[in-house]
Design a protein. Structure first.
Length: 128
C-alpha cells in the first residue's frame, strides 16, 4: 500500500513538474501555418527576409535576438534602450500591447486575440 501511494505521489509530482516546465519554456503552443496566415497582415510593415527592412525591421531570426539590433533599421529611442530578448513571453506581451510593453515604440498595431498571437509567435519561431 505504501509503495502504491509513493508511486502515485511521485507520478503526481512528475506530472505537475512537466506541466510547469512546459508552460514556462514554450508559450508558443500555436500553429505556425495559421500564424503565417495571420502574419500576412504584419508583412505590410515587416519582412521575414534577413536584411530587408520595411516600415518595421526584418523579423528574420527575431526569436532570441535583442531588441533594437537589426542593422540598417532606424529604431525609436525606446526600442533601442529596451534591452529585451525576444522570446515567446516577451513577444506575447509586446504583441498584446506594443506601447504598453515598450512605451515610445513606433509599432502601434497589436494582436488582440491570444490564439492569433500564439500562432504568430509559433510562426516566428520557425524563422530561425
Amino acid at each position: 500500500m505504501r509503495f502504491a501511494t509513493s508511486v502515485a505521489g511521485l507520478a503526481a509530482v512528475f506530472a505537475t513538474a512537466t506541466l510547469f516546465l512546459n508552460s514556462s519554456t514554450s508559450l508558443a503552443a500555436g500553429d505556425p501555418a495559421a500564424g503565417q496566415h495571420v502574419f500576412a497582415k504584419c508583412a505590410v510593415c515587416h519582412s521575414t527576409t534577413p536584411g530587408q527592412n520595411k516600415v518595421g525591421p526584418s523579423l528574420a531570426d527575431v526569436v532570441g535576438r535583442k531588441s533594437g539590433t537589426v542593422a540598417g533599421y532606424s529604431y525609436s529611442p525606446a526600442m533601442k534602450g529596451a534591452n529585451i530578448t525576444w522570446d515567446d513571453a516577451a513577444l506575447d506581451k509586446f504583441l498584446t500591447s506594443p506601447a504598453g510593453f515598450v512605451h515610445g515604440t513606433k509599432m502601434f498595431l497589436s494582436i488582440p486575440s491570444s490564439a492569433d498571437r500564439q500562432n504568430v509567435i509559433a510562426y516566428l519561431d520557425t524563422l530561425k
